[in-house]
Write a protein that binds this ligand. Structure first.
Ligand code: EPZ
Length: 425
């Protein structure tokens, strides 16, 4: 298994290209199931999760035209098309990537029935899908759980409905928006998620002939249509990758241009970073991040649905606060078990005490390198960030977690002066 070695203490200077958003690309790929015509996605990030979703769609019968590896970095184009041949999403694929649940709505809307393995929990929480299923039932589907699989059926087309979600769910909003695009009648999603990835999906569906309004707000209106066509869609930049490298610059010190990053997608994250004493501002079509000389200051955060502080940047921000002057309270309100990075950061000398959903971080002047490992994508990258500031060498194990969501993380950081390398395992 590959590992990453970091020898800390060097500031970052230069520029980092921000790739297409993983969490936009995955639902956009699932949207290819809504039409037999070709969907072309550009600005595709080449990540393990993208390959997993491509394999899932191929086993459903779609023609998936992945570019050759040697041209992929330049092309970043993914072409998907063809008819659905198989309406079952098998356990061995779904268990590896929870976003597989996003094929449920499209396949049910197109074929009148779908069998999708229950994703099961993961390291950060039980991750139920009840909001997805209740929404589809509101649209006339009958849903049962048989042998660990969701079995959804509808007599004829799904029907438009008014659906109030008791909790904000990104995935449920995406699944229901895709299903409603082909339903008979009007659907209103109330208490919908507002993430930029939701809006990106809605824009693509509208380009395919969909009729969606209100995306980006908590109330989304969808007029169902008989059929959708193909289109070409450019994926938005990844705001979580953007935030991760902003924190890398803050924790290591330096001055970095995040090429293509969009500050309007960062929400409360940019405010929190400014409160911590980091300069972050839009410049030349990207985002400039600077921290020279002074230490960062402790800044309290609470994760919330967009535009609140993103849960996917909580672990990274905690690594930064571990080096801050003063203390910070970090409260995780989205997932029930997203502090697994705490014991690993503590092994590097961080002073963190967890009480239920909150962690008190008391900054220390120096972290010290150590062999560490993590159990999920964002926890893994928080350890790389801590390694940038730590004295000595940090070895991050289980790098496959990182490869799910970060393209060439070691190359992007090394290009700005970090002493970091991947050790083939
Ligand atoms: C998406 O997951 C992202 N994944 C996650 O990013 C992200 O952390 C999460 O949204 C929150 O922003 C993708 O977009 C592929 P939710 P999702 O449904 O859709 C509960 C990463 O690191 N819930 O918004 O699964 C759920 O348990 C990943 O890139 C229900 O109770 O998240 C959680 O507590 C990690 N019932 C909360 O809602 C449901 O039916 C938010 O989950 C669905 C969710």
């Amino acid at each position: 298994m590959d590992r990453i070695a970091i020898r800390g203490g060097r500031p970052l200077c230069g520029s980092i290209p921000i790739g297409g958003a993983k969490n936009a690309a995955l639902p956009l790929m699932a949207a290819a199931l809504l039409s037999d015509e070709q969907l072309t996605l550009t600005n595709v990030p080449w990540l393990a999760d993208i390959a997993s979703m491509a394999a899932l769609l191929a086993q459903h019968g779609l023609a998936v035209d992945l570019p050759a590896p040697e041209t992929a970095a330049q092309a970043r184009v993914l072409r998907l098309g063809g008819a659905i041949q198989n309406t079952t999403a098998p356990y061995d694929i779904v268990r590896k990537m929870r976003a597989s649940i996003l094929v449920l709505g499209p396949i049910l809307a197109r074929c009148g029935e779908a069998r999708v393995s229950l994703p099961g929990g993961c390291a950060i929480g039980t991750r139920p899908v009840d909001l997805h299923l209740k929404g589809l039932e509101a649209m006339g589907a009958s849903v049962s759980i048989e042998g660990g699989y969701i079995h959804a059926r509808s007599e004829g087309r799904l029907r438009g409905a008014s659906i109030v979600s008791p909790a904000v769910s990104v995935g449920a909003t995406e699944n229901l928006m895709m299903a409603a695009s082909l339903a008979d009648g009007h659907t209103t999603l109330i208490n919908a998620a507002r993430e930029p990835e939701i809006s990106d999906l809605a824009e693509c569906l509208n380009a395919m002939g969909g009729r969606i309004r209100g995306h980006g707000s908590e109330r989304i209106e969808i007029e169902g249509v008989q059929r959708l066509s193909g289109t070409t869609h450019h994926i938005i930049p990844d705001r979580i990758e953007t935030g991760t490298y902003a924190i890398a610059t803050a924790i290591a010190g330096g001055d970095v241009m995040l090429e293509g990053g969009r500050i309007e997608h960062l929400g409360a994250f940019a405010t929190a970073l400014s409160r911590a004493g980091v300069d972050i501002f839009a410049e030349n079509g990207g985002i400039r991040v600077r921290r020279n000389g002074h230490r960062v200051r402790g800044a309290d955060i609470m994760t919330e649905p967009y535009p609140g502080f993103p849960t996917d940047l909580q672990a990274q921000f905690m690594a930064l606060m571990a080096t801050a002057e003063g203390a910070a309270m970090i409260t995780e309100t989205i997932f029930e078990n997203r502090f697994m990075h705490v014991p690993e950061l503590a092994r590097m000398g961080a002073d963190i005490v967890v009480h239920n959903a909150s962690a008190i971080v008391r900054g220390v002047k120096n972290l010290s390198g150590a062999p560490v490992m993590a159990t999920d994508l964002r926890a893994s990258v928080s350890l790389v960030l801590a390694g940038l500031a730590a004295g000595g060498e940090t070895i991050v194990n289980r790098v496959y977690h990182l490869d799910r969501g970060y393209e060439r993380v070691e190359a992007k950081l090394a290009a700005c002066g970090a002493d970091i390398e991947r050790l083939a395992g």
